[in-house]
Design a protein around this ligand. Structure first.
Ligand SMILES: [Zn+2]
Ligand SMILES: [Zn+2]
Ligand SMILES: [Zn+2]
Length: 79
């Protein structure tokens, strides 16, 4: 089912974290109200019984990036 992805970049060189805007991850699940595969004729009350009605809890994603964060780079802090 569809869910939000919350990305927080971890910049290894300076140890700073940078939060990115939340990203919407689409699924193609027929039983998900937000999916493009969801049939148009699937409507309440049936839909509420068979399909996901809510997006799922955000997935946390913390990639480690081997460089300085943009703030540090802008401040001229480089190798
Ligand atoms: Zn979905
Ligand atoms: Zn439905
Ligand atoms: Zn930094």
């Amino acid at each position: 089912m569809c869910h939000w992805r919350r990305v927080r970049n971890n910049y290894k060189r300076c140890g700073h974290y940078v939060d990115l805007p939340d990203e919407m991850i689409q699924c193609d699940d027929r039983y998900c109200k937000f999916s493009t595969s969801h049939p148009r004729n699937c409507v309440p009350p049936r839909c509420t019984e068979t399909c996901w009605q809510y997006r799922q809890f955000p997935e946390q994603y913390n990639p480690v990036i081997d460089s300085f964060c943009p703030v540090c780079v802008q401040a001229g802090r480089q190798l």
